[in-house]
Design a protein around this ligand. Structure first.
Ligand SMILES: [Ca+2]
Ligand SMILES: [Ca+2]
Length: 195
Protein backbone atom coordinates (compact mmCIF):
# COMPACT_ATOMS: atom_id res chain seq x y z
CA UNK A 1 0.00 0.00 0.00
CA UNK A 2 2.80 2.36 0.91
CA UNK A 3 4.44 1.78 -2.46
CA UNK A 4 1.22 2.82 -4.16
CA UNK A 5 1.22 6.13 -2.33
CA UNK A 6 4.90 6.63 -3.06
CA UNK A 7 4.13 6.09 -6.72
CA UNK A 8 1.29 8.64 -6.57
CA UNK A 9 3.67 11.08 -4.90
CA UNK A 10 6.25 10.45 -7.64
CA UNK A 11 3.64 11.10 -10.34
CA UNK A 12 2.55 14.28 -8.60
CA UNK A 13 6.08 15.63 -8.41
CA UNK A 14 6.74 14.67 -12.03
CA UNK A 15 3.64 16.58 -13.10
CA UNK A 16 4.95 19.82 -11.60
CA UNK A 17 6.36 20.94 -14.93
CA UNK A 18 5.58 19.50 -18.31
CA UNK A 19 5.91 20.61 -21.90
CA UNK A 20 3.13 21.16 -24.43
CA UNK A 21 4.14 21.15 -28.08
CA UNK A 22 2.63 24.28 -29.64
CA UNK A 23 4.38 24.06 -33.02
CA UNK A 24 5.94 21.12 -34.83
CA UNK A 25 6.98 21.69 -38.45
CA UNK A 26 7.93 18.56 -40.33
CA UNK A 27 10.36 19.11 -43.24
CA UNK A 28 8.53 16.45 -45.26
CA UNK A 29 5.44 18.67 -45.46
CA UNK A 30 5.50 22.25 -44.17
CA UNK A 31 2.05 23.09 -45.55
CA UNK A 32 0.63 26.58 -45.09
CA UNK A 33 2.37 27.82 -42.03
CA UNK A 34 1.41 31.49 -41.63
CA UNK A 35 4.88 33.00 -41.86
CA UNK A 36 5.18 36.57 -43.19
CA UNK A 37 6.96 35.18 -46.25
CA UNK A 38 5.57 31.90 -47.55
CA UNK A 39 8.51 30.85 -49.73
CA UNK A 40 9.58 27.24 -49.31
CA UNK A 41 12.22 25.23 -51.11
CA UNK A 42 12.21 21.50 -51.62
CA UNK A 43 15.68 20.13 -50.95
CA UNK A 44 15.61 16.53 -52.08
CA UNK A 45 16.05 13.96 -49.34
CA UNK A 46 15.87 16.56 -46.58
CA UNK A 47 12.46 17.88 -47.52
CA UNK A 48 11.24 21.49 -47.29
CA UNK A 49 12.90 24.52 -45.76
CA UNK A 50 11.56 28.05 -45.25
CA UNK A 51 13.42 30.19 -47.78
CA UNK A 52 15.89 30.25 -49.27
CA UNK A 53 16.20 34.02 -49.25
CA UNK A 54 18.79 36.60 -50.20
CA UNK A 55 19.11 40.16 -48.87
CA UNK A 56 15.71 41.05 -50.39
CA UNK A 57 14.03 39.20 -47.50
CA UNK A 58 15.97 40.19 -44.36
CA UNK A 59 13.56 38.47 -41.96
CA UNK A 60 10.30 36.53 -41.63
CA UNK A 61 7.92 36.53 -38.67
CA UNK A 62 5.08 34.58 -37.14
CA UNK A 63 3.04 35.07 -33.96
CA UNK A 64 2.11 32.13 -31.73
CA UNK A 65 -0.53 31.83 -29.00
CA UNK A 66 0.30 30.15 -25.71
CA UNK A 67 -0.85 30.10 -22.09
CA UNK A 68 0.00 28.91 -18.62
CA UNK A 69 3.74 28.43 -19.10
CA UNK A 70 6.84 29.75 -17.36
CA UNK A 71 9.18 29.35 -20.32
CA UNK A 72 9.30 28.54 -24.04
CA UNK A 73 11.73 26.14 -25.73
CA UNK A 74 12.44 26.60 -29.44
CA UNK A 75 14.39 24.20 -31.67
CA UNK A 76 15.20 24.72 -35.34
CA UNK A 77 17.81 24.30 -38.06
CA UNK A 78 19.24 27.49 -39.53
CA UNK A 79 20.73 27.32 -43.03
CA UNK A 80 23.56 29.59 -44.22
CA UNK A 81 24.47 28.95 -47.85
CA UNK A 82 27.18 30.06 -50.31
CA UNK A 83 29.38 33.07 -49.54
CA UNK A 84 28.28 34.90 -46.40
CA UNK A 85 30.85 37.57 -45.46
CA UNK A 86 30.77 37.93 -41.66
CA UNK A 87 27.02 38.55 -41.64
CA UNK A 88 24.78 37.47 -38.77
CA UNK A 89 22.06 34.82 -38.53
CA UNK A 90 19.58 35.46 -35.74
CA UNK A 91 16.32 34.62 -33.98
CA UNK A 92 14.38 37.33 -32.16
CA UNK A 93 11.71 36.59 -29.57
CA UNK A 94 9.26 39.48 -29.10
CA UNK A 95 11.91 41.87 -30.39
CA UNK A 96 14.77 40.58 -28.23
CA UNK A 97 17.60 38.60 -29.74
CA UNK A 98 17.44 35.02 -28.47
CA UNK A 99 20.13 33.47 -30.69
CA UNK A 100 22.67 34.69 -33.21
CA UNK A 101 25.68 33.31 -35.06
CA UNK A 102 28.10 34.94 -37.46
CA UNK A 103 28.96 33.20 -40.73
CA UNK A 104 31.91 33.83 -43.02
CA UNK A 105 32.77 31.44 -45.80
CA UNK A 106 34.19 28.83 -45.42
CA UNK A 107 31.98 28.77 -42.32
CA UNK A 108 34.17 27.76 -39.40
CA UNK A 109 31.98 26.57 -36.54
CA UNK A 110 29.03 25.60 -38.75
CA UNK A 111 28.03 22.05 -39.67
CA UNK A 112 28.52 20.97 -43.29
CA UNK A 113 25.47 19.54 -45.04
CA UNK A 114 26.34 16.62 -47.31
CA UNK A 115 22.95 16.08 -48.98
CA UNK A 116 21.56 17.86 -51.99
CA UNK A 117 20.67 21.49 -51.32
CA UNK A 118 20.36 24.61 -53.51
CA UNK A 119 23.64 26.53 -53.40
CA UNK A 120 23.81 28.44 -56.70
CA UNK A 121 27.02 30.41 -56.16
CA UNK A 122 29.17 27.50 -55.01
CA UNK A 123 27.61 25.01 -57.38
CA UNK A 124 26.21 22.97 -54.51
CA UNK A 125 29.22 22.87 -52.16
CA UNK A 126 28.62 25.79 -49.77
CA UNK A 127 25.85 24.25 -47.63
CA UNK A 128 26.06 24.96 -43.91
CA UNK A 129 23.68 24.77 -40.98
CA UNK A 130 23.35 25.03 -37.23
CA UNK A 131 20.90 23.00 -35.11
CA UNK A 132 19.74 25.27 -32.31
CA UNK A 133 17.73 24.78 -29.11
CA UNK A 134 17.05 27.79 -26.90
CA UNK A 135 14.78 28.34 -23.90
CA UNK A 136 13.51 31.69 -22.69
CA UNK A 137 11.43 32.64 -19.66
CA UNK A 138 7.96 33.79 -20.75
CA UNK A 139 4.59 34.02 -18.98
CA UNK A 140 2.58 35.93 -21.62
CA UNK A 141 -0.12 34.70 -24.00
CA UNK A 142 1.45 35.37 -27.40
CA UNK A 143 4.90 35.84 -28.82
CA UNK A 144 6.40 36.68 -32.19
CA UNK A 145 9.38 34.85 -33.61
CA UNK A 146 11.53 36.61 -36.18
CA UNK A 147 14.13 34.63 -38.08
CA UNK A 148 16.54 36.80 -40.02
CA UNK A 149 19.89 37.44 -41.58
CA UNK A 150 22.00 40.55 -42.16
CA UNK A 151 23.34 39.30 -45.50
CA UNK A 152 23.69 42.09 -48.08
CA UNK A 153 23.79 40.25 -51.39
CA UNK A 154 21.33 38.46 -53.63
CA UNK A 155 20.30 34.83 -53.24
CA UNK A 156 22.59 33.91 -56.15
CA UNK A 157 25.57 34.90 -53.95
CA UNK A 158 24.49 34.13 -50.37
CA UNK A 159 21.23 32.90 -48.87
CA UNK A 160 19.50 31.91 -45.65
CA UNK A 161 16.57 29.81 -44.46
CA UNK A 162 15.34 27.68 -41.59
CA UNK A 163 13.55 24.39 -41.03
CA UNK A 164 12.43 21.74 -38.53
CA UNK A 165 10.96 24.28 -36.16
CA UNK A 166 9.48 22.92 -32.95
CA UNK A 167 8.20 24.97 -30.03
CA UNK A 168 7.06 23.78 -26.63
CA UNK A 169 5.81 25.71 -23.63
CA UNK A 170 6.93 24.55 -20.21
CA UNK A 171 3.75 24.58 -18.21
CA UNK A 172 3.22 25.33 -14.53
CA UNK A 173 1.16 22.82 -12.50
CA UNK A 174 -2.61 22.76 -12.65
CA UNK A 175 -4.31 23.34 -9.29
CA UNK A 176 -5.69 19.79 -9.55
CA UNK A 177 -2.20 18.28 -9.56
CA UNK A 178 -1.36 20.30 -6.43
CA UNK A 179 -4.44 18.82 -4.74
CA UNK A 180 -3.27 15.41 -5.90
CA UNK A 181 0.14 16.02 -4.32
CA UNK A 182 -1.50 17.22 -1.09
CA UNK A 183 -3.57 14.04 -0.83
CA UNK A 184 -0.47 11.92 -1.45
CA UNK A 185 1.49 13.74 1.25
CA UNK A 186 -1.31 13.42 3.81
CA UNK A 187 -1.65 9.74 2.98
CA UNK A 188 2.08 9.22 3.39
CA UNK A 189 2.03 10.91 6.78
CA UNK A 190 -0.89 8.71 7.84
CA UNK A 191 0.94 5.55 6.75
CA UNK A 192 4.13 6.60 8.56
CA UNK A 193 2.13 6.92 11.79
CA UNK A 194 0.60 3.49 11.34
CA UNK A 195 3.79 1.57 10.56
CA1 LIG B 1 28.95 36.96 -50.47
CA1 LIG C 1 27.63 39.60 -48.24
Amino acid sequence: MRNVFLFILFLSVMSFTYADVICLENPSSLGTTGWSNAEQTFCGDYGYVHGMWGSDVPYVEKTFATSGQTSITISFRYWAVDTWDSEVAYLNFNGSQLWSKTAHHPYGGWAIYSGSFPAPFSGGTGKYYEDVTVTTAFTGTSFTLRFGSTINQAEEDESWGFSALSISNNVVPEPSSLVFLGIALVALGFLKKRF
